[in-house]
Design a protein around this ligand. Structure first.
Ligand code: ZN
Ligand code: ZN
Length: 249
C-alpha cells in the first residue's frame, strides 16, 4: 500500500495536513513556507548540521569528539509545526504525514545533489534499524519507509537488512550523554553478509530525527569498521541546541 502513493497523490484539493485548508498538495504553500528549514540558519555545524549562534564551522560536541560520519544532510529543525507532523507519523500512524515528510527531505536532497560531485553521492541507503518488538508494536519502522521513498525518488538502492538492533534500548530521551552512549553500547550488529555489501561503498544512514548524534555515531562506526568508504546521515530534522540542553542535564 505504501508503494507508489507518491505518484498517485490526487490533484483535487484535500485538507492540508497542518492547517486543514484545501490544498492540492499534502501541505499548503503557506504551511510549507512556515516550516523551520535549516537552510534559514546562517551558521550550522558542517558535520552534524546543528544550528549555531556564532560564526563557526563546528559545534562544541563535534570539536571535542569528531564524529565518525562525514556530514549530515537534514531538511529542518525539529520545531513547531514540523514536530506535529513527525509525531503524527510515528505515534499516530498517519502515513500521509510520513509521505509529506519524505517529500520535504527529497526536495532538500535534490537541491543538495546539484552542489555535490557525483563521486561524493551515496551508493546505498541504510535505515536506522528498530528492534523487532518495537516494530511489531508500531507496525512499521519509520526510517525504513522514509529510506524506501528516498531511494525510489533519488535512485539509490536501500539495504534494510544489513544491520539490526540487538536490544530493545531504553528511549534516549531525557538521558545524559554518557547514559545515551552506555544505552547504545553493542545495541547494533551487522549481518554476516554486510562486509561484502559495504566494502568501499559510500553509505547514507537514514534517520527521522537526529538528537544528540549518539545513534548515528554508533552506527557509522560499525559501517566503517565493516569497510564502508564513507558515511553520511540523511534525516528530516535536527533537534535544536536549546532542546538538547534540556535533554542533556
Ligand atoms: Zn496548511
Ligand atoms: Zn556538530
Amino acid at each position: 500500500m505504501w508503494n507508489g502513493l507518491l505518484a498517485q497523490f490526487p490533484s483535487t484539493p484535500q485538507p492540508c495536513l497542518l492547517c486543514d485548508l484545501p490544498s492540492t498538495e499534502r501541505l499548503c504553500p503557506g504551511c510549507r513556507f512556515q516550516l523551520p528549514y535549516l537552510t534559514r540558519y546562517r551558521h550550522r555545524c558542517s558535520l552534524c548540521a546543528l544550528p549555531l549562534n556564532t560564526d563557526s564551522h563546528y559545534c562544541g560536541h563535534c570539536l571535542q569528539e569528531p564524529p565518525p560520519f562525514e556530514r549530515c544532510r537534514l531538511a529542518c529543525s525539529y520545531e513547531f509545526p514540523l514536530d506535529h507532523l513527525i509525531h503524527a507519523f510515528k505515534y499516530q500512524r498517519q502515513l500521509t504525514a510520513g509521505r509529506a515528510l519524505s517529500e520535504l527531505l527529497i526536495e532538500h536532497l535534490q537541491a543538495e545533489r546539484q552542489d555535490t560531485d557525483e563521486t561524493d553521492w551515496p551508493d546505498l541507503l541504510v535505515p536506522v534499524p528498530m528492534h523487532w518488538s518495537r516494530r511489531f508494536q508500531r507496525g512499521f519502522n519509520q526510517t525504513e519507509l522514509l529510506a524506501k521513498d528516498l531511494g525510489r525518488a533519488l535512485s539509490v538502492p536501500v539495504r534494510s537488512r544489513l544491520c539490526r538492533r540487538r536490544h530493545r534500548t531504553r528511549a534516549q530521551q531525557g538521558l545524559t550523554r554518557t547514559a545515551r552512549i552506555h544505552n547504545l553500547r553493542d545495541a547494533f550488529e551487522l549481518r554476516p553478509n554486510a562486509p561484502g555489501t559495504l566494502s568501499e561503498k559510500r553509505v547514507a544512514l537514514v534517520d527521522d530525527v537526529v538528537t544528540t548524534t549518539s545513534t548515528v555515531r554508533a552506527l557509522s562506526r560499525l559501517l566503517k569498521n565493516a569497510g564502508a568508504a564513507s558515511v553520511e546521515v540523511w534525516a528530516i530534522a535536527r533537534t535544536p541546541e536549546a532542546e538538547l540542553t534540556k535533554a542533556l542535564p
